[in-house]
Design a protein around this ligand. Structure first.
Ligand code: SAH
Ligand code: SF4
Ligand code: F3S
Length: 471
C-alpha cells in the first residue's frame, strides 16, 4: 500500500528525470470478459485512458459501454474542480450497487483524484468495495494490479513523486484519424488555484527523437492530425538541457509532413517569437492557439501566480493576430477567484471585448485542498459568482458567434471525423482553426480533408456543404 502525500508532491529537485521503458503485459487471463472505462477531465486524461484501454485489452478483455456487462470497471478521474469529485463519487454509487449482486467485479480508480490525500482517505473509510486505487505515475502497473485484485483485497498504490518519463507505451487509440502525442508530463508553474502540479509531478520532456518517431509512425498508419500534449508546452525541453525548445520541436514535427498539427496548452508567459515564427511558416501547423487568460485583472493575475499582466497578454494576442494568418484564439477563464471585486471582473470583460475570442471554457473558482489559494479569504457569494459567469458567457458566446459568422460564404478545409451527433444525415469535422462544422457530404468523406462551403453560423458550430475531397 502506498498513499498519496501532497507535501511530497510539491517537491521539485534538480535531479534529471528517470526514463522507463514500459513492459506491456500480454496475458489472456480475462479472455471473453469485458471492461468498462470512464474518463473525466482534460486531454491528458483522455490520452491516458488510451493507455489504460491497451492494458485491459492485453489482458484479453474487450470494451463495453454497458456498465452492467463489465468484469473490470476503471474510472479515470479528474481533480481540477470540486464538481469533478462529486461526479465520480455519484457514479461510484451505481458501481457499489452492481458489486453487491456480483462480487467478482473489479473496481479500479485512477487519474488525478487518486493523487489527492483526502480522496484516498475517503475511499479507505467509506468505499471498501473499490479494489484498486492507482495514480498518474503508475498507470503502467494497472495490469498487474488487476491480476492481483482477483483476491478481492483493497490495494492502494499511489506515488507522489516527481515522476519519470515512459517510452514504449502501448496505446489503444480512440481515433484512426487524429492522435494525441505526449510531449511532456507534469507542471512546475504552481498557479495558486491549481492542483495539477501536485497530481502530475514535475515538468519532464520526452526526447525530440522519440516524439518524431511516434509522429512518423502515426503518419505511416494513416493519421492526419496530431495534437502535441503538455500542461504548458512552452516549457518543453527546459528540463532536458539539450539545447532545444518547443519551437524547435514544433518545426521538426512540421517537417514530418503529417497533414495537421496542433498543441495544447500554451501558457501566455514565455510564448516565444520563435514559436510564432514556426507556426506562421508551416502550413501543416494549425492556426489555432488555446491561450488561457484566467483573469484580466493584474491584481488577480498576481494572486494567481500567472506571471503576466493584462497588457502583456493583449500584446501577445496582437502579435499572434499580426503574424499568424486567420488565427483563432480560445481561452480559459476563472471567475470568483478569492477577493475578485466587480472592478477586477470588469477587467476580465475588457480583455474579452478586446480579444473577441473564438471560444472559451469558463469556470467558477473551486478551492482545491493543498493549494495556496484555498487558504485565501473567499468572501464572494456563490450567487455573485454565478451571476459573473452568466455575464461572461453571454459576452463570450456573442463573440464566438460573430467570429463564426465571418466564415459564412467562405470555403474552409475540414477534416471529417464522423457522423454528426445532432443530425445523422450529416458528417462533422473541424476547420484548420478548430471550428466544428456539420457538413452535408457522402459518408466516404470520413477520415478525409474536404473543401466545405460554409452556409450558416451558430455560437458553437458551423453548417456547410462539401465541395470536393482533397485527397
Ligand atoms: N495547463 C493548463 C490548464 C489545465 S486546467 C493551463 O495552464 O492552461 C484547465 C483549466 O481549468 C485552467 O485553465 C483553469 O481555467 C481551470 N481551473 C484550474 N484550476 C481551477 C480551480 N481551482 N477552479 C476553477 N477552475 C480551475
Ligand atoms: Fe495548473 Fe497553471 Fe500548471 Fe496550468 S500552468 S496546469 S493552470 S499550475
Ligand atoms: Fe483534471 Fe488532472 Fe487533467 S486534474 S484537468 S485530469 S491534469
Amino acid at each position: 500500500m502506498n498513499l498519496p502525500d501532497l507535501k511530497k508532491a510539491k517537491i521539485r529537485s534538480d535531479k534529471p528525470s528517470l526514463y522507463k521503458k514500459v513492459e506491456n503485459i500480454h496475458q489472456d487471463l480475462f479472455k471473453n470478459e469485458k471492461f468498462f472505462l470512464k474518463t473525466y477531465g482534460c486531454q491528458m486524461n483522455v490520452h491516458d485512458s488510451e493507455q489504460i484501454r491497451a492494458i485491459l485489452e492485453n489482458l484479453g478483455m474487450s470494451e463495453t459501454d454497458n456498465l452492467e456487462d463489465a468484469r473490470v470497471v476503471v474510472l479515470n478521474t479528474c481533480a481540477i474542480r470540486e464538481n469533478a469529485h462529486d461526479k465520480v463519487f455519484g457514479y461510484l454509487g451505481r458501481v457499489k450497487h452492481l458489486k453487491k449482486d456480483n462480487p467478482n467485479i473489479i473496481v479500479a480508480i485512477g487519474g488525478c483524484m487518486s493523487q489527492e490525500e483526502n480522496v484516498v482517505k475517503e475511499i479507505l473509510q467509506r468505499h471498501p468495495y473499490i479494489n484498486i486505487v492507482f495514480g498518474t505515475h503508475n498507470i503502467n502497473e494497472l495490469g498487474s494490479l488487476i491480476i492481483n485484485a482477483t483476491n478481492n483485497k483493497q490495494d492502494i498504490e499511489v506515488y507522489s513523486e516527481e515522476g519519470c518519463i515512459y517510452e514504449g507505451v502501448n496505446y489503444s487509440r480512440d481515433s484512426k484519424i487524429t492522435a494525441w502525442v505526449n510531449i511532456m508530463y507534469g507542471c512546475d508553474k504552481f498557479c495558486t488555484y491549481c492542483i495539477v502540479p501536485y497530481t502530475r509531478g514535475k515538468e519532464r520532456s520526452r526526447k525530440i527523437e522519440e516524439i518524431i518517431k511516434e509522429v512518423e509512425n502515426l503518419k505511416r498508419q494513416g493519421y492526419y492530425e496530431v495534437t502535441l500534449l503538455g500542461q504548458n508546452v512552452n516549457a518543453y525541453g527546459n528540463d532536458l538541457k539539450l539545447g532545444y525548445d518547443f519551437a524547435k520541436l514544433l518545426e521538426e514535427v512540421a517537417k514530418t509532413g503529417i497533414k495537421r498539427i496542433r498543441f495544447v496548452t500554451s501558457h501566455p508567459w514565455n510564448f516565444t517569437d520563435e514559436m510564432i515564427e514556426v507556426i506562421s511558416k508551416y502550413d501543416n501547423i494549425m492556426p489555432y492557439i488555446h491561450l488561457p487568460l484566467q483573469s484580466g485583472s493584474d491584481r488577480i493575475l498576481k494572486l494567481m501566480g500567472r506571471r503576466y499582466t493584462k497588457q502583456e497578454y493583449l500584446d501577445l494576442v496582437a502579435k499572434l493576430r499580426n503574424k499568424i494568418k486567420d488565427v483563432t484564439i480560445t481561452t480559459d477563464i476563472i471567475v470568483g477567484f478569492p477577493g475578485e471585486s466587480e472592478e477586477d471582473f470588469l477587467d476580465t470583460l475588457e480583455v474579452v471585448d478586446k480579444v473577441k475570442y473564438d471560444g472559451a471554457y469558463t469556470f467558477i473558482y473551486s478551492p482545491r485542498e493543498g493549494t495556496p489559494a484555498s487558504k485565501m479569504l473567499d468572501n464572494i457569494s456563490l450567487e455573485e459568482k454565478e451571476e459573473r459567469l452568466k455575464r461572461l458567457n453571454e459576452r463570450i458566446n456573442n463573440y464566438s458567434k460573430e467570429s463564426n459568422e465571418k466564415l459564412v460564404g467562405k470555403v474552409e478545409e475540414v477534416l471529417i471525423l464522423g457522423i454528426s451527433e445532432k443530425d445523422n444525415n450529416k458528417l462533422y469535422g473541424y476547420t484548420k482553426g478548430m471550428k466544428l462544422v456539420n457538413v452535408i457530404a457522402e459518408k466516404d468523406a470520413i477520415g478525409k480533408l474536404i473543401d466545405v462551403k460554409i452556409t450558416d453560423a451558430k455560437s458553437f458550430s458551423l453548417d456547410g456543404e462539401a465541395l470536393k475531397v482533397n485527397n
